[in-house]
Design a protein around this ligand. Structure first.
Ligand SMILES: [Zn+2]
Length: 238
């Protein structure tokens, strides 16, 4: 569907997903910890083991940025969430150690909640500082909404302007159903799984493939904590 050269260049840096591995490790850890907890402290002990493994596992999953964890697409916000994920995992584990097998489930839950609160505060602070930058950009006259004025550039220029970046790792489900102006001239509606996301670039930009032809389009993901639509920047047709 896509031009062979483009597809090859974009595929060059693909890396395997670690999502499956994280989920498998969490499940195994849950089962082990629940069993060990039951042996050490009966039913409450089993519950403690389960809470610790789930809390630590999901905290670590957030830090690693697994696709299922719904991280913010905004990089500094994501860093805050990752730090929060790590502190949630650590605090959950620490709380359980303090509470022992009998009360560890309660102290572990409190620890996890504290860690989650840290993540929220860090995310809010990062979003606040970006919000000021975006307000500055908008007052500088940049378009704030999706427009039809999409620059179509030669393929070589397109590759040069989208150099770097990485294979897409963000959760794109919040974008489902939202339109983007494609370099083919049509408006398409984004759908995770069927819309090709060829690259994730700095500045909250994605390279999207045309579902019907050989066009690729670089779009900006607008919005701070909540997705506010795509803004097409430039594209190419081969
Ligand atoms: Zn198209």
């Amino acid at each position: 569907m896509l031009d062979h050269r483009l597809a090859t260049q974009f595929a060059a840096a693909e890396s395997p997903s670690r999502e499956g591995l994280v989920i498998a490790v969490v499940i195994v850890a849950c089962l082990l910890a629940t069993g060990v907890g039951f042996g050490a402290g009966g039913l409450l002990g089993a519950f403690t083991g389960f809470v610790v493994a789930m809390g630590t596992g999901s905290g670590l999953a957030i830090m690693l940025g697994s696709k299922g964890t719904d991280l913010s697409p905004v990089q500094p916000v994501r860093v805050g969430q990752k730090v929060g994920g790590l502190s949630a995992a650590g605090a959950c584990l620490g709380g359980a150690v303090l509470g022992g097998w009998r009360w560890g489930w309660a102290t572990g839950l409190v620890g996890y909640a504290l860690g989650a609160a840290v993540a929220t505060i860090l995310g809010w602070k990062a979003a606040h500082s970006i919000g000021n930058q975006v307000a500055g950009e908008q007052s500088a006259g940049l378009p704030a909404t999706e427009s039809g004025s999409l620059a179509v550039v030669p393929p070589g220029d397109f590759m040069a302007r989208t150099a770097g970046g990485r294979p897409n790792q963000m959760n794109t489900t919040p974008y489902d159903g939202h339109p983007f102006h494609c370099a083919c001239g049509a408006i398409h509606y984004f759908e995770t799984g069927s819309t090709e996301v060829l690259r994730e670039l700095g500045g909250m930009r994605l390279v999207l493939g045309c579902p019907h032809g050989n066009a690729v389009t670089c779009v900006k993901v607008r919005g701070i904590l909540r997705f506010a639509g795509f803004q097409s920047l430039f594209g190419t047709q081969t």
